[in-house]
Design a binder for this molecule. Structure first.
Ligand SMILES: Cc1cc2nc3c(=O)[nH]c(=O)nc-3n(C[C@H](O)[C@H](O)[C@H](O)COP(=O)(O)OP(=O)(O)OC[C@H]3O[C@@H](n4cnc5c(N)ncnc54)[C@H](O)[C@@H]3O)c2cc1C
Ligand SMILES: NC(=O)c1ccc[n+]([C@@H]2O[C@H](COP(=O)([O-])OP(=O)(O)OC[C@H]3O[C@@H](n4cnc5c(N)ncnc54)[C@H](OP(=O)(O)O)[C@@H]3O)[C@@H](O)[C@H]2O)c1
Length: 314
């Protein structure tokens, strides 16, 4: 059976971090504290393929102050221990970072991931375990993990503190949005105070897989004017027509409102998770745009160009 786990990888501190810009960031006492978090020491991995840890500051470099600085919306690569069937080291797998730049403990020394354990039955009827997800899910506290990166520009969080940010996630696609939302609502920064609207749609199969639900509810309770959360629980909920409640089915219930928001210059949409969600969301947008005589695909191109429509699906 598949299971989602949350773990914090701890990054060694480094004297190099002093060259990064300093900033005042503290974690709000309102955050949910972890009951079960595993910590893992991480080796530096500058030479592992394309995603090697950046040595020189640049646009992509994060604003955390640990040895692996990253920005909200980036991913890291993980190389599982061991070798593949050809005796070669395993290839890296990417994981979206689920913590904000300063990490869940506010000290820039950890990075949190939300990993689904992949287990499936192949055509021969054998049970197959995914290499890296099982490696991560089975790690013991204190184990060393080879990581690369950070990488990724598509999902970077908008800088505008007054933006409307619409986040569309399925399953573990929630990871980058947890990172955004912690920065918005659980932390205090001297250069960023979110005062816009953060609207999260999360699609999962069952209510037991509603990842980070308590955290999101806490954020919403404290920031009722700045946050909205809508869940789509596909195997337990249906719409009024009896159709399966996918993320796009839930969005369709707010179609007009979403379309109005999409006409604003400071609305940014982010989509992360299963590839199939993209078409489903396009389908509802096509009919909405058409009501205003707009061709959705053309409109989406413009939004993408303006970095207002950002998609990382897999
Ligand atoms: C940018 C990005 C971010 C990502 N972020 C996350 C994240 O935050 N959390 C997360 O859990 N994952 C994430 N992933 C996916 C992750 O990178 C891995 O692909 C995933 O964990 C599986 O890797 P694995 O090594 O366990 O499986 P592998 O050993 O690589 O096995 C996967 C392969 O198994 C086969 N397979 C899988 N399911 C079946 C099936 N039902 N039937 C037959 N064959 C099958 C497919 O060939 C598939 O390619 C992300 C991917 C990308 C590209
Ligand atoms: N940055 C990234 O690119 C990134 C980050 C994290 C995860 N991922 C990828 O995202 C995927 C998430 O998988 P998961 O196993 O974590 O998810 P999951 O827990 O299985 O949840 C996926 C949800 O989406 C629903 N769904 C299925 N088909 C859909 C469709 N066409 N449109 C809308 N919703 C649909 C599923 O419903 P039913 O199962 O009931 O049909 C389920 O409710 C994985 O492929 C993972 O590798 C990518």
């Amino acid at each position: 059976m598949a299971a989602a786990v949350s773990a914090a990888l701890s990054l060694p501190s480094s004297s190099k971090s002093t060259s990064l810009p300093t900033r005042t960031s503290i974690i709000s006492p309102d955050r949910i504290s972890f009951k079960k978090v595993s910590s893992f020491a991480v080796q530096r991995g500058g030479s592992w393929g394309k995603g090697g840890i950046s040595e020189s500051p640049g646009d992509d470099r994060g604003s955390g102050e640990g040895e692996v600085p990253y920005r909200e919306g980036q991913s890291i690569g993980v190389i599982a221990d061991g070798v593949d069937k050809n005796g070669k080291p395993h290839k890296l797998r990417l994981y979206s970072i689920a913590s904000s730049a300063i990490g869940d403990f506010g000290d820039s020394k950890t990075v949190s991931l939300c990993v689904k354990r992949l287990v499936y039955t192949n055509d021969q009827g054998e049970i197959v375990k995914g290499v890296c997800s099982n490696f991560l899910c089975d790690l013991k506290p204190g184990a060393e993990v080879k990581i690369t990166g950070p990488v990724g520009k598509e999902m970077l969080m908008p800088k505008d503190p007054n933006a409307t940010i619409i986040m569309l996630a399925t399953g573990t696609g929630i990871a980058p949005f947890r990172s955004f939302l912690w920065k918005m609502f659980f932390e205090k920064h001297d250069d960023y105070k979110f005062n816009g609207l953060a609207w999260l749609f999360l699609g999962v199969p069952t209510s037991s897989s509603l990842l980070y639900k308590e955290e999101f509810e806490k954020m919403k309770e404290k920031n009722p004017d700045n946050m909205r959360v809508d869940f789509a629980v596909s195997r337990e909920q249906t719409n009024e027509k009896g159709e399966k409640m996918y993320i796009q089915t839930r969005m369709a219930q707010y179609a007009e409102e979403l379309w109005e928001l999409l006409k604003k210059d400071n609305t940014f949409v982010y989509m992360c998770g299963l590839k199939g969600m993209e078409k489903g969301i396009d389908d509802i947008m096509v009919s909405l745009a058409a009501k205003d005589g707009i061709d959705w695909l053309d409109y989406k191109k413009q939004l993408k160009k303006a970095e207002q429509w950002n998609v990382e699906v897999y």
